[in-house]
Design a protein around this ligand. Sequence first.
Ligand code: C2E
Ligand code: MG
Ligand code: MG
Ligand code: MG
Length: 291
Amino acid sequence: ARKRDGKNGMLVFDASMLDTARERHEMEQNIEAGLKEDWFEAYLQPIVSLADGRIAGFEALMRLNHPEKGILPPAKIIGIAEETGTIARIGERVLEKAIGHLARLTRLEGTETTYLAVNFSPLQFEETLPHKLAALLLKHHISPARIVIEITEAVLMLDNPDVHAVLKQLSEFGCRIALDDFGTGYSSLSYLNRFPVDIVKVDQSFTRSLTTGTADIRRKSRMLIKGIRTISHQMGCTVVAEGIETKEQWELLRKLGLDFGQGYLFSRPMPIENMLLMLEMESEAKATHLA
Ligand code: C2E
Ligand code: MG
Ligand code: MG
Ligand code: MG
């Protein structure tokens, strides 16, 4: 954004704009370095069955692990990476890591059928994607049925026949498609009928509004979620709630008939090593309990 100087109409930049430009340039450099030095990581967050809290799958969430600046979250990366076009390369890297992680997790007992959900930017749906994904799955002996492709309606709104063809191919290959952040966009409902959607992920703002605000807001939130759940189930989709932070929210969402959930209550997103440790400790605790 440029600012116009009142007096003579000249374009002037102020300090905050310079800061923004500098920050942006710095982030572009972080991204390039991250690709070159292999700093991109796929953190994992469990997705649990709301009925019994058992882990059904994991969502892979991108992090840039910068040796000096620490962990940079996707909010700082994705917008810029989409503009500069590096998002496709980043996405590929994260996908590769995440599938490697799923293979490692699978060696633990009880995780053989867990699924992996990966977020995809609209710009990642290139013609070569199905082939690349297939090669990765083959390499790690993982069935396509264990992969969930998470998209937002931004992907569908593109209305690009090539993108739709890739989605259809992935779906026919056996992967499932999840519609992320459902309920926040424009015409979400029509997408359920026009695209091969298998999973609806109810945006975390709905979860939050279940337990905050006035009694009236909370009541209406329950009705909205119930409506989304009913329509989704009728369309043959399973429903995942995002952003569950309290037991009260878990209990409400379970009663509202949602199938799965994820959130800080169950676990924060974490590196694969921590996830392996956590799962090993849990299964040991169970073993001692049973003995
Ligand atoms: P998303 O796919 O909707 O992912 C859920 C976000 O909510 C994640 O933020 C997660 O850390 C956060 N979250 C999980 N549980 C809770 C909770 O209980 N409370 C709260 N307040 N937040 C919770 P994160 O990791 O910062 O990712 C933000 C967004 O960035 C994602 O939203 C997704 O749209 C995008 N993203 C993440 N990884 C990738 C990727 O590999 N590729 C692409 N294209 N986008 C990605
Ligand atoms: Mg997601
Ligand atoms: Mg989401
Ligand atoms: Mg989100």
